[in-house]
Design a protein around this ligand. Structure first.
Ligand code: BES
Ligand code: ZN
Ligand code: ZN
Length: 485
């Protein structure tokens, strides 16, 4: 999609489809306004987020879009409205679209002009996404050009919003593609090649790939142990982006390229979507694809433990004890609680980079989706300022987070009689919390740390306008916004 802006009158720009918000119909010329208001009345169009009304006149197609009460609109609503627009645009096979964008009026929404535009671009790009690579090529409708009609005084903000929105959308779709590809494609080896190609594209990024031998030598007993049942070799990727300041942020992404559960095998229904279990790693890859373009001032390290979790004669067994990178021993109770075991190695390895902040993104628990559903991710943090910054980034990007407690009371549920810790608590209750608590002793001391459980948000079962069925690329926009602040 190409984006541009103009100060011309909406209907003087040639386009297959013109878009106007229902509250803004009065900005049209008198004759069109009268006709359109008549249709809005006769069709009983309700001004609600997500409602659209297509009006065909002799010389044009016009889409009226509802936003409801502007004061109550948040970023997710705003993006959803644009994702709804793009669905309609596709339905009528329009290739060029002009959108009236009255920023002065839209200021009633508590979002800056730049972010309004960024959010609109994201809504259009994410809403238009379909993963059709492995399907018979049908006549998929593509949009060539979107023009925003804006007031001249917002030129600078609009241009910046367009540029940033295009970068963040592209990075999100890159992550979605990786999650949607079958696990037979996105093996640890494949993902490490992707990582290396990102580093090749930009002098600002370096990438080191460690194979089984090096991982063993480092003493990452968790990653080695979990990968033992698979024919695929594990990989450990260390990405590095150099900013201009001394501050260093480490991002860790869970990269289980397929989670069968291992010997604690998942039931077939639960296994169906388990190619999604590398979504944390996919998002970190998406984030790194955007860093050279957004150029945040902080240094960013990306750590990706990658492996497959499979049952076999050589697989890790319940009762086995693995020794993690920091020397702590883990009793494996369930081989299906594998993500936390490989994350333990990566989190403690982060100490090497003397980080100020560590953030991990992980499809860690199904329990998190029971607690918060598919639209809101679970946030755990050992420091309030960091939690608040991430919550703010969530509001700004529409990727919503809800903070859950690292409840000390539950720590004893993870005590093992034979090792320093066990990987699963006795009770399933509070599963997202005990998952987060397991990670805590592996985080280097005196470092701000946040764990984001994307077990519910990484994958959409029921398609929404913004997130079609499948991988969502969740976290890319959130973390990019956090890093550039
Ligand atoms: N990858 C799963 C978590 C998951 C489940 C993510 C569904 C997305 C959708 C994780 O490895 C897992 O299996 N967790 C177990 C933990 C349990 C054994 C303590 C779970 O959530 O059931
Ligand atoms: Zn699992
Ligand atoms: Zn898993």
């Amino acid at each position: 999609m190409k984006f541009s802006l103009t100060q011309k009158f909406l209907f003087s720009v040639p386009a297959d489809l013109s878009v106007v918000f229902s509250f803004d119909v009065n900005s049209l010329d008198a004759e069109n306004r009268r006709r359109i208001e008549e249709v809005i009345r006769s069709e009983q169009f309700e001004d609600k987020v997500g409602n659209t009304l297509l009006i065909r006149t002799e010389d044009r197609k016009l889409l009226v879009v509802g936003l409801g009460k502007l004061e109550e609109l948040d970023m997710a609503d705003w993006q959803t409205a644009f994702a709804g627009v793009v669905r309609k645009v596709k339905e009528v096979h329009a290739k060029t679209v002009t959108i009236s964008f009255p920023i002065k009026e839209l200021n009633k929404i508590h979002i800056s002009p730049e972010n309004l535009v960024k959010g609109a671009v994201e809504g259009l790009e994410l809403g238009a996404y379909e993963f059709t690579k492995h399907k018979k090529k049908e006549n998929v409708s593509v949009i060539d050009k979107v023009t925003f009609v804006v007031e001249p005084q917002y030129d600078k903000e609009v241009k910046k919003g367009i540029a940033i929105g295009q970068i963040t959308s592209k990075a999100t779709l890159f992550a979605r593609d990786l999650v949607n590809e079958p696990s037979s494609v996105t093996t640890p080896t494949f993902l490490s090649l992707i990582a290396q190609s990102l580093a090749k594209e930009s002098p600002d990024i370096t990438c080191e790939v460690m194979g089984e031998k090096e991982i063993k030598k480092l003493g990452m007993g968790g990653l080695i142990g979990i990968s033992k049942g698979s024919d695929e070799d594990p990989k450990f990727i260390v990405f590095s982006y150099k900013g201009k300041t001394e501050k260093t942020i480490v991002l860790v992404g869970k990269g289980v390229t397929f989670d069968s559960g291992g010997l604690s095998l998942k039931p077939d229904k639960s296994m169906e979507t388990m190619k999604l279990d590398m979504a944390g790693a996919a998002s970190v890859l998406g984030i790194f694809s955007a860093l050279p373009k957004l150029k945040p001032s902080v240094n960013v390290i990306g750590l990706l433990p990658l492996c497959e979790n499979m049952p076999s004669g050589s697989a890790v067994k319940p009762g086995d004890i693995l020794t993690s990178y920091n020397g702590k021993t883990i009793e494996i109770i369930s081989t299906d609680a594998e993500g936390r075991v490989i994350l333990a190695d990566a989190l403690s390895y982060a100490h090497k980079f003397h980080p100020d902040v560590i953030i991990d993104l992980a499809t860690l628990t199904g329990a998190c989706s029971i607690a918060l559903g598919e639209e809101i991710a679970g946030l755990f943090a050992n420091e309030k300022i960091l939690a608040d910054q991430l919550l703010a980034a969530g509001k700004e990007t529409g990727e919503r987070l809800w903070e859950l407690p690292l409840a000390k009371e539950y720590e004893e549920l993870l005590k093992s009689p034979v090792a320093d810790i066990k990987n699963v608590a006795k009770t399933r209750a509070g599963g997202a919390i005990t998952g987060a608590l397991f990670l805590k002793p592996f985080v280097p001391e005196n470092v701000q740390w946040a764990h984001i459980d994307i077990g519910g948000t990484a994958w959409e079962e029921k398609s929404t306008p913004l997130m079609g069925e499948g991988g969502t690329g969740w976290g890319v926009r959130l973390i990019l916004s956090f890093l550039t602040k």
